[in-house]
Design a protein around this ligand. Structure first.
Ligand code: HEC
Ligand code: HEC
Ligand code: HEC
Length: 290
């Protein structure tokens, strides 16, 4: 049929084909793009059904929830304090309610988890839906390309200096290394069909939630909290899911890791130590680490 048309092209056929292409393109913009563009996290929030049990728990949390204010004007200067708290152009949606250093409860892991939040998106650890194959890429939260997917730093094999004789083996672990992030403010983020699954604070959906949260009473807040957290993982990803050798959830080579960097991630001494904890109240002891 196609061949015939090319051999004996007629205006009628051409116009017909053109019209079909136009219609098809129009239909695509109408139906496909809004669906594709919606971040997976938002889609799952909207589709989640909240159980009575989850709602009850949420209400209890909301009642106990306290807004945390970071006090800047202390009469005595705090001993441990960064000069400036890093802010990025793009803020995660989660920051509408959580602090930029959100982990407080688990004394053992909170410092490490807060450190990771600087270069790993909240959703990478907290939004791991079943059945959706997510890909992890670098997303710029800052700089001229804020909000966009960015290429990894080229994996260049940096020669590791041989440690001086006096240096013990473990101190090499704590040497300054090139960061994996290709630029400051870049975070490893989940993508689905090349679209980031996460939301930034200024997207319409996030703004709408922020407004509703401000105006809501406790019962309404409990509903909002339960709905937003239904697709989230309460206990983020464990150390070994990224620092382990067996089934890493993230392809670090694709993110620009050199062989040396990959090895350093897989042999991370602190992560290995964490896997050895058995009891909730066990603490890291420096003498056991060294
Ligand atoms: C509209 C406010 C709001 C937003 C937005 C929000 N949270 Fe929360 N989140 C809460 C409240 C309230 C709690 C209850 C505990 C508390 O008081 O901090 C909570 C608790 C949690 C918990 C503890 C487990 C649980 O379900 O109770 C995790 C983990 C969490 N949030 C992660 C996130 C992540 C990740 C995002 C972004 C994708 C996010 N939250 C966005 C309000 C919010
Ligand atoms: C590297 C992984 C990782 C990243 C990145 C991460 N989390 Fe978590 N998060 C965890 C783990 C693991 C826990 C469980 C800690 C525990 O209780 O043992 C947790 C617990 C929490 C909790 C409940 C416990 C608490 O201390 O209040 C909240 C709330 C939370 N995360 C919010 C966030 C937000 C918001 C972000 C982004 C700014 C984020 N997380 C980024 C791994 C991560
Ligand atoms: C979602 C993946 C992920 C999870 C989960 C994760 N990490 Fe990491 N972690 C990384 C990446 C990626 C780096 C390397 C960043 C770089 O080299 O710039 C890193 C770096 C570190 C470093 C710093 C290494 C250094 O020398 O700079 C420590 C320490 C660490 N992780 C400990 C932990 C511990 C402890 C846990 C669990 C409580 C954990 N990590 C969970 C991805 C993860």
């Amino acid at each position: 049929m196609n061949k015939k048309c090319r051999v004996h092209p007629s205006h009628g056929h051409k116009r017909h084909a053109l019209l079909m292409i136009c219609l098809f393109a129009f239909a695509l913009t109408l139906f496909v793009s809004p669906v594709m563009a919606k971040p997976l996290y938002q889609e799952q929030v909207e589709q989640s059904e909240v159980s009575d049990k989850a709602l009850k728990k949420s209400l209890k949390q909301v009642k106990e929830h306290k807004e945390i204010k970071v006090v800047d004007d202390l009469s005595v200067p705090p001993f441990h304090k960064r000069a400036v708290l890093q802010t990025t152009k793009k803020q995660p949606f989660c920051m509408t309610c959580h602090l930029s250093l959100p982990h407080r409860k688990n004394e053992r892991s909170r410092t490490f988890m807060n450190m990771h939040s600087r270069y790993i998106a909240c959703e990478t650890c907290h939004f791991i839906p079943k059945g959706a194959a997510l890909e992890y890429r670098w997303l710029a939260y800052d700089g001229v390309d804020a909000g966009k997917l960015i290429a990894p730093r080229r994996a260049v094999e940096v020669s590791v200096e041989t440690p001086a004789k006096s240096e013990r083996k473990h101190t090499a672990q704590f040497k300054k290394r090139e960061p994996l992030a290709p630029q400051p403010g870049a975070r490893i983020s989940p993508f689905y069909n090349d679209v980031p699954v996460l939301l930034f604070k200024e997207t319409p959906f996030a703004k709408d939630i922020e407004k509703k949260w401000e105006d809501a009473d406790e019962t309404q807040r409990a509903e909002i909290k339960a709905q937003l957290h239904a697709p989230l993982k309460k206990k983020g990803a464990a150390c070994k899911e990224c620092h382990g050798k067996r089934t890493p959830m993230i392809d670090f080579e694709r993110l620009g890791a050199s062989a040396t960097q990959l090895k350093a991630i897989q042999n991370n001494i602190v992560a290995r130590f964490f896997e050895r904890f058995k009891k909730e109240d066990e603490r890291i002891r420096i003498d056991k680490l060294l």
